[in-house]
Design a protein around this ligand. Structure first.
Ligand SMILES: [Fe+2]
Ligand SMILES: [Fe+2]
Length: 146
């Protein structure tokens, strides 16, 4: 594991850490250049990023709803803001003026900050609930878990 990976925030929540890890691998695959040198590969990467970001955000939002986790609206709006910014980069690509290094820096920085500041909230909530279930205590003030 290199220094960059060590700085990446790990939630200690395996189902989502795996998805974050795959996202970082896609970010790493973007060119470190200010201009695209391989349009074909970049187009494929952007498509996969669009799919997987959508998949990841949907997973987390679905998980939060299922567990009735707090701060759903704040979390969802941060996802939407990142998705909107990502779409602007894909527009740049279509117009032949994408800066892949800037996209890489944006996505990596956003995920590190978002996972530490925001994803950590549902992790704490769900982990507590699961821990209580295993200890025979009903979770998060709910008197009887279904
Ligand atoms: Fe996440
Ligand atoms: Fe998130």
């Amino acid at each position: 594991m290199n220094t960059q990976h060590q700085q990446r925030y790990i939630l200690a929540f395996p189902e989502m850490d795996e998805q974050h890890r795959y996202l970082y691998s896609l970010f790493d695959a973007l060119e470190n250049e200010t201009q695209v040198t391989d349009p074909c590969r970049t187009a494929s990467l952007l498509k996969e990023l669009e799919r997987y970001l959508n998949f990841h955000f949907t997973c987390e939002e679905h998980l939060m709803r299922l567990y009735n986790a707090p701060d759903f609206a704040v979390h969802q709006s941060d996802h939407e803001a990142a998705a909107a910014r990502f779409i602007r980069f894909t527009d740049d690509f279509e117009q032949g003026r994408l800066n892949p290094a800037a996209l890489k820096i944006f996505l990596t920085g956003w995920l590190m900050e978002h996972s530490q500041a925001i994803d950590s909230g549902y992790v704490e909530w769900i982990s507590e609930l699961r821990k209580n279930l295993h200890n025979g205590i009903s979770g998060n003030g709910v008197s009887c878990m279904p």
